[in-house]
Design a protein around this ligand. Structure first.
Ligand code: FPP
Ligand code: MG
Ligand code: MG
Length: 376
């Protein structure tokens, strides 16, 4: 990423961490079956944005100086009032323990715990699994500038590879030996499916006579939370939990992730209207083609009820997609979406305002600005 003001790149603090993450992820995805190995690693070859693991690493660093919760059994610090480590519990000398630093970990930043690094990998695995499944559901043809996995290997292998990623993510999660973190990330997987179902079967719309309703936007936002913000917010929360921080810090990390995640998806839905496919690395205008009414269209519909007819038939008649696009572009739906995203981005920044000043905090705040400026 380009250096920020005064030549300081706020993401520099995690740059080294990030370079090891991808190779660790590929290691987690190894399979004795050569074809499964290939399909599972397919999306790890292309240049992903790695936003979720980067946020986990930045959150881990930014909370590092904050107070730690008093825990009965503290594994890392042998402070004077820390009782003796109970025998056999998460011994750091167990070679199979994930809390044991890998050879790469030694080169990373000491402020990030090995467990937080593993969490960063887990979030990326869950995200990538959801993309494998999503591209099958959306009959997508490209992802990150390459043919999507369903195109390269077919639906069956793409779905199975997604399941394999979830399996390996679950193994990595279990190895953290933290029931609360396990519960959070398992809930994320369920939330992703719930969000996708809300999108598939929009119970807030009567499909024959859809009418604008007071809950049209809130249904969309709930769906958006489940589909996009749940993973980001609960990963940030889990990072703070692994850092053994008290409830206020854990909650601040969660609020940051939730608001940034909502802003992120609102911008995503906006870019589908405003940016070309070649810039996006995936087809633009895909949402209308899929029959999906996202924020720009919903805001346009509120002002122009003519869109209801098109929403009702999911833009399926010839000319519907173009007509809907024209009406959205002529309306202030895109601008309203941007304004709402900006509100969430501001909330995200506010959530961590009391964190101590650090390079990682600058990085987290920078993400709130970047999310509004991104074009892909
Ligand atoms: C991308 O959205 C997709 C998601 C954020 C989540 C999809 C979730 C599932 C398919 C549920 C099942 C998956 C798992 C792993 C539990 P998009 O289609 O709006 O974005 P795109 O333009 O990048 O495809
Ligand atoms: Mg998709
Ligand atoms: Mg989708």
């Amino acid at each position: 990423p380009p250096p920020g003001p005064m030549g300081i790149d706020p993401l520099r603090s995690v740059a080294k961490e990030m370079s090891f993450m991808t190779s660790n992820i590929r290691q987690l995805l190894g399979s004795g079956h050569p074809m499964l190995d290939t399909v599972s690693k397919y999306y790890t070859q292309s240049e992903g944005k790695y936003i979720r693991p980067m946020l986990v690493l930045l959150m881990s660093q930014a909370t590092q100086l904050l107070p730690k919760k008093q825990r009965k059994w503290s594994q890392e610090q042998g402070g004077i009032d820390t009782p003796m480590t109970p025998p056999g519990v998460l011994s750091d000398t167990n070679p199979s323990s994930p809390l044991t630093a890998t050879s790469e970990d030694g080169l990373g930043d000491a402020s990030v715990l090995p467990s937080q690094r593993r969490l960063a990998e887990i979030t990326e695995l869950i995200h990538t699994a959801s993309l494998l499944h999503d591209d099958v559901i959306d009959t997508s043809i490209s992802r990150r500038g390459n043919p999507s996995a369903n195109i390269s290997f077919g639906n069956k292998m793409a779905v199975l590879a997604g399941d394999f990623l979830l399996g390996r993510a679950s193994v990595a999660l279990a190895r953290l030996r933290d029931p609360e973190v396990t519960e959070l990330l398992a809930t994320v997987i369920a939330n992703l499916v719930e969000g996708e179902f809300m999108q598939l079967k929009n119970t807030a719309l009567d499909e024959r006579h859809p009418e604008w309703q007071d809950d049209t936007i809130s249904y969309y936002l709930q769906k958006t939370y489940l589909k996009s913000a749940s993973l980001i917010s609960k990963s940030c929360r889990a990072a703070a939990l692994l850092g053994e921080h008290p409830a206020e810090v854990v909650e601040a990390a969660y609020q940051y992730g939730k608001n940034l995640g909502l802003a992120f998806q609102l911008v995503d839905d906006m870019l589908d209207y405003t940016v070309s496919g070649s810039e996006l690395g995936k087809p633009a205008g895909a949402d209308l083609e899929l029959g999906l009414a996202t924020a720009p269209l919903l805001f346009a519909w509120r002002e122009n009820k003519e869109l209801g007819t098109l929403v009702g038939r999911k833009f399926a008649e010839p000319g519907d997609v173009q007509r809907a696009r024209d009406l959205v572009v002529q309306s202030d739906g895109i601008e309203q979406t941007r304004a709402l995203a900006q509100e969430y981005a501001d909330n995200a920044a506010r959530a961590i305002s009391s964190f101590p000043e650090s390079e990682a905090k600058v990085g987290l705040l920078d993400m709130c600005t970047k999310v509004m400026k991104r074009r892909k």
